[in-house]
Design a protein around this ligand. Sequence first.
Ligand code: MEV
Length: 421
Amino acid sequence: MRGFGKYYRKTWEERLAILRDTFYLDDNDIAEIEHVSGNGEIGDTMVENFITQFEIPEGLGLNYVVNGKEYLVPMVTEEPSVIAAASNGARLVKAGGGFNAEVKSRLMLGQIVIENITDVDELVRKIKADQEHLLKVANDAHPSIVRRGGGARWLRTRILANDLLSVDLAVDVQEAMGANMLNTMLEAVANEIQCTYHQDVLMSIMSNYATESLVTTKARIPVSELAKENISGEEVALKIQQASRLAQLDPYRATTNNKGIMNGVDAVTIASGNDWRAIEAGSHAYAARDGQYKGLSQWYFEDGILIGELTLPLPVGSVGGSIKIVPLVKINHKLFKAKDAKELSMIIASVGLGQNLAALYALVTDGIQRGHMRLQLKSLAVSVGAKQDEISKLVNLLEKNKKRDSASARELLEKLRREEL
Ligand code: MEV
């Protein structure tokens, strides 16, 4: 494409000028890009071919009490109902004393995959016998983490085929996300395996299936909190239990159930500057851990209490990556007030469970549309061009209107402007 050769070498101003000169964007577009770009200062150091910052709203999830401590939870999402739902779910859980969360372990995993093996059992024996040496090789590749109290903890082997072996390394990365640290260690161990055992290494890379960083959170809600106009709390609790069973049985429902959980998990993970794609990939793999994709949460009704539980692999960090670079992420960590990565991961899991509760509650009572309607109408109003002072008037009109599509919203807005309404 003309003009875009060596685009990464151009200055930020030159990149924007190219977009204008090639008629992709007009002056108004460029002005908007400049407005949100923060003069290119941060973005340009983070990604290649940077043009601007992409804006997504951030709001606060409220009512979160986890292990007896109250939290403000910054959440970044473009979906109108997510933060309201997360706060509602947490309000119900707060009435029962809040979330109880625990981190069983926090180790990052990586793998060195050896190929073209002739005697896999013999190789496994050698690696097991040499385990301490290989751990030392890993630690020598990253001495600073050892000084900080972390480091490689254990090795295991998994035979994937007669000619293919995965050597898995578990590392305590302390407060970091740890991807770079782990990959450095893995490459050092891979090199040692290549040189000492004369084996072919196919690849060495961290694994996002973070089964050694599991976080569990639990909620207990007295049924009295769940009652609605025409439905008793007990009836609601039984329906939520049934919805949870459904997500265990049916992958179609499980996927949507888990998408709802990730609505919250992603929103907080993004706000915390962590790698949400890693969390997504790991969570969905965990949902399929016994061969069938299932709901990640479990809800059951016992002795007048609705009990919910969610376990997720959450290998998040509290330092490193974009955390020290992006000013808003730094501000968000002030809001979280989490003392370390473990505490942060317990907040994230709890938001996932709170989000799930709110979705199930709406689904088995009013249906999802009613509760979300005003927020959705607000988005519709904005999408057809309503200005700040017109939005709530248009939402009121749309609420009374039979049709709630873009064409009707546009028509109503025009009438509103002509003062016909
Ligand atoms: C929408 O973003 C999420 C829900 O579909 C989740 C669910 O169905 O559990 C409401």
